[in-house]
Design a protein around this ligand. Structure first.
Ligand code: HEM
Length: 566
C-alpha cells in the first residue's frame, strides 16, 4: 500500500541522485537505468513503519494526510532525473493541491488580526453588589471562577498583511467557552461607531475600502460619504485623534459599543455596556510615531502581543460594565440604544465584574486566528440583546459571512466549538467533521424532533423568561434623538491639547485632499460640536467655517412610514 503511493523505496540520502523514486518494482524508474536507484528501504524507514509513524529519534514521522509515511519530500517522481513527471505522485498531488487551497476568503472587514488564548475570572460582584442581582449568567457568578477564552484583535479596512500602524478602528473580540455554551463579545477600541442603522454598513465599508478602480484608499471617497453622514461626527473625532492608532493591542481598551441586556433569575432585565480596561494602561500614537514604526515594522502589534505572551508577560484587562434601567429614558437627550453615543461615566459609572488574562499563544495562526468566528448573536442564558438596530443587523451578518468564509460546519472546528457537549439535528454539508450528539448518546437514526425514539430531549429553562413588550408602526425611520454633535464636542474638549492638535492635523491632512463642498459640510458638523474645533480645522485648510448648513447636509429625518418595498 505504502509503496503504491510512490513514497516507498526512496533512496537513502547519498544513495543515489535522488531524482528517481523507486516504487518497489525492482527497477523503479522505467528509464532503463540500472535498478537500484531508489529501490529498497533504509533500515530506519522500516523502523518508522513498525512503530506508528514515530521516527527512531522520537520525532514524529512525516506522513501524507492518508497516514502514509513520507520518505522523500524533495523530489518528484519523474522519468529519469530530467523528467517528465509521472502523474501517480500521490504525495505531490496531495501536497500541491492542498497548497492551492490554503487560503479561504479573507474576512470582508477586520482581515488583519492577532489572537491569543486565556481565561476570564469573575469577581462574583458588579461593583459592590452581587452580580446575580442583575444577571443569572453563570460566567459571572462566584468569586474566582475561571472560564477559558480566545481573543482576536484586529484592524478593519485593509487586507490580511496590511500595516498595523494605519489609522483605523481596532476590533476587540472575545469568545468565552462558558459552561452554558459560547458567549462572544465583538467590540472595538473606540466605544462608538460610525452609523446606527445596519442598512448603511456596506456603504460605510465601501467608502473606507480602496477605490474599486485605483485600488487606493481615498479620503475623497471616505469624506464624500462621511460628510453626508452627520451621525459619524463623534466616531470621526475619535478616529482622527491619536485614539485611531493604538500603540499596541496590549495597551488598548475594548468596548462592546452596543447596549445589551442582563437578565436575572426573575426575568428582569437591565441595559448593560461592556468595557475592557487594560491593566497596563492605555497608550496611542501620534501620526509621526506611527510612521516611524511603520518604516521599520508593519507587524508591530502582532509581534508585541505574541512576544509578550511568549516571554510570560501575560496581558490583563478588567471587565467593567455600565448599567442602566431598561427603557427608553426620555429624560436623556440622546438614545441609550444609539451606538454612536457613549453613556457618560459620570452618570453611569463603570463597575468591575472580572478580569481577563491572555496566557497562551496560538499554535497555528490559520487554525485558530483565521478560522475563529465571532458573532453578536452568540449569547448565553442571562445575557440578551437590546433593540439597537445596528446590533440586530450585525447579528445576522456574522454567522452569514462565516458560513461562506469558513464553511457551513465552522462551528465544528475546535477553535469555534463550545467546550460543552453539542447535540443538534443539523447534519451534513461541506467538511462535516462528526455527528453532533452521537458522542452524547443520541441515536444516529433520529435526526429529527419530536421523536418517541431515542432522540434529543429539550432543556429546562434556567429561570423566568425575559419577555419585553414591543409595539409600534412598522416604518423606515431614523431614531428621534439623533443628537449627532454634542458628544463629539464633549470629546474634543476632553482631549489633552496634544490630542486636539493631532486631531486637527490629521483631519487637515485628509480633508485637504477633498473638494470644497466636502470640507464645508465637515466644518459645519465640527462647528455644531465645538466652535474652536471647527475654527482650527478651517484654519488648517485655509478656509472659513460656514455660517449656514452647506448644500447636501441631510435635513432632518425622512419619514417613510409604511414603505415596505426595499
Ligand atoms: C451593521 C453593522 C456591522 C456589520 C454588518 C458588521 C459585519 C461584520 C462582518 C461581516 C465581519 C466579518 C466576520 C467574519 O468574517 O468572521 C465583521 C467583523 C468584525 N466586526 Fe463587524 N459589523 C458591523 C459593525 C461592527 C461594530 C459596531 C463593531 C464594533 C463594536 C464591529 C466589530 C467587528 C469585529 C471586532 C470584527 C472582527 C471579528 C474577528 O476578530 O473575527 N462590527 N463585522
Amino acid at each position: 500500500m505504502r509503496e503504491r503511493d510512490g513514497q516507498g523505496g526512496s533512496p537513502t540520502p547519498g544513495a543515489g541522485d535522488g531524482s528517481a523514486h523507486g516504487n518497489g518494482n525492482g527497477n523503479g524508474n522505467g528509464t532503463g537505468r540500472p535498478a537500484g536507484h531508489g529501490a529498497g528501504h533504509p533500515a530506519s524507514e522500516a523502523a518508522n513503519r513498525a512503530d506508528g509513524n514515530v521516527g527512531a529519534d522520537g520525532r514524529p514521522t512525516m506522513t501524507t494526510r492518508q497516514g502514509h509515511p513520507v520518505t522523500n519530500n524533495t523530489s518528484n517522481r519523474t522519468v529519469g532525473d530530467r523528467g517528465p513527471t509521472v502523474l501517480e505522485n500521490y504525495h505531490f498531488l496531495e501536497k500541491i493541491s492542498h497548497f492551492d487551497r490554503e487560503r479561504i476568503p479573507e474576512r470582508v472587514v477586520h482581515a488583519r488580526g492577532a489572537g491569543a488564548h486565556g481565561y476570564f475570572e469573575s469577581y462574583g460582584t458588579v461593583g459592590d453588589e452581587p452580580v446575580t442581582r442583575y444577571t443569572r449568567a453563570r460566567v459571572f457568578a462566584g468569586r474566582g471562577k475561571r472560564t477559558p477564552l480566545f481573543v482576536r484583535f484586529s484592524s478593519v479596512i485593509h487586507g490580511g498583511h496590511s500595516p498595523e500602524t494605519l489609522r483605523d478602528p481596532r476590533g476587540f473580540s472575545v469568545k468565552m467557552y462558558t459552561e452554558d455554551g459560547n458567549w462572544d463579545l465583538v467590540g472595538n477600541n473606540l466605544q462608538v461607531f460610525f452609523i446606527r442603522d445596519a442598512m448603511k454598513f456596506p456603504d460605510v465599508v465601501h467608502a473606507f475600502k480602496p477605490d474599486p478602480v485605483t485600488n487606493r484608499q481615498d479620503p475623497r471617497r471616505i469624506f464624500d460619504f462621511i460628510s453626508l453622514t452627520p451621525e459619524a461626527t463623534h466616531m470621526i473625532t475619535w478616529l482622527f485623534s491619536p485614539w485611531g492608532i493604538p500603540a499596541t493591542y496590549r495597551e488598548m481598551r475594548g468596548s462592546g459599543v452596543h447596549a445589551y441586556k442582563w437578565v436575572n433569575a426573575d426575568g428582569d432585565a437591565v441595559l448593560v455596556k461592556y468595557h475592557w480596561i487594560p491593566k497596563g494602561g492605555e497608550r496611542n500614537l501620534t501620526q509621526a510615531q506611527a510612521e516611524a514604526i511603520q518604516a521599520k515594522d508593519f507587524n508591530h502589534a502582532t509581534g508585541d502581543l505574541y512576544d509578550a505572551i511568549a516571554r510570560g508577560e501575560f496581558p490583563e484587562w478588567e471587565l467593567q460594565v455600565q448599567l442602566m434601567e431598561d427603557g427608553e429614558h426620555p429624560e436623556l437627550d440622546w438614545d441609550p440604544l444609539d451606538p454612536t453615543k457613549v453613556w457618560p461615566p459620570e452618570q453611569f459609572p463603570l463597575r468591575p465584574v472580572g478580569r481577563m488574562v491572555l496566557d497562551r499563544n496560538p499554535v497555528n495562526y490559520f487554525a485558530e486566528v483565521e478560522q475563529v468566528a465571532f458573532g453578536t448573536g452568540v449569547l448565553v442564558d442571562g445575557l440578551d440583546f437590546s433593540d439597537d438596530k445596528l446590533l440586530q443587523g450585525r447579528t445576522f451578518s456574522y454567522s452569514d459571512t462565516q458560513r461562506y468564509r469558513v464553511g457551513p460546519n465552522y462551528l465544528q472546528l475546535p477553535i469555534n466549538a463550545p467546550k460543552v457537549p453539542v447535540a443538534t439535528n443539523q447534519r451534513d454539508g461541506q467538511m462535516t467533521y462528526h455527528v453532533d450528539g452521537v458522542e452524547a448518546g443520541e441515536d444516529p437514526h433520529v435526526n429529527y424532533e419530536p421523536s418517541a425514539r431515542k432522540g434529543l430531549a429539550l432543556a429546562q429553562p434556567a429561570g423566568r423568561a425575559h419577555t419585553p413588550f414591543v409595539s409600534g408602526p412598522v416604518v423606515r425611520q431614523p431614531i428621534a434623538r439623533t443628537n449627532d454633535f454634542q458628544q463629539a464636542g464633549e470629546r474634543w474638549r476632553a482631549f489633552a491639547e496634544w490630542e486636539r492638535q493631532e486631531l486637527v492635523e490629521n483631519l487637515v491632512g485628509a480633508l485637504g485632499q477633498c473638494d470644497a463642498a466636502i470640507q464645508q459640510r465637515m466644518l459645519w458638523y465640527f462647528a455644531q460640536a465645538d466652535a474652536e474645533y471647527a475654527r482650527r480645522v478651517a484654519e488648517g485648510l485655509g478656509v472659513l467655517v460656514p455660517e449656514a448648513p452647506p448644500a447636501g447636509v441631510p435635513a432632518g429625518r425622512p419619514i417613510e412610514a409604511g414603505n415596505a418595498v426595499g
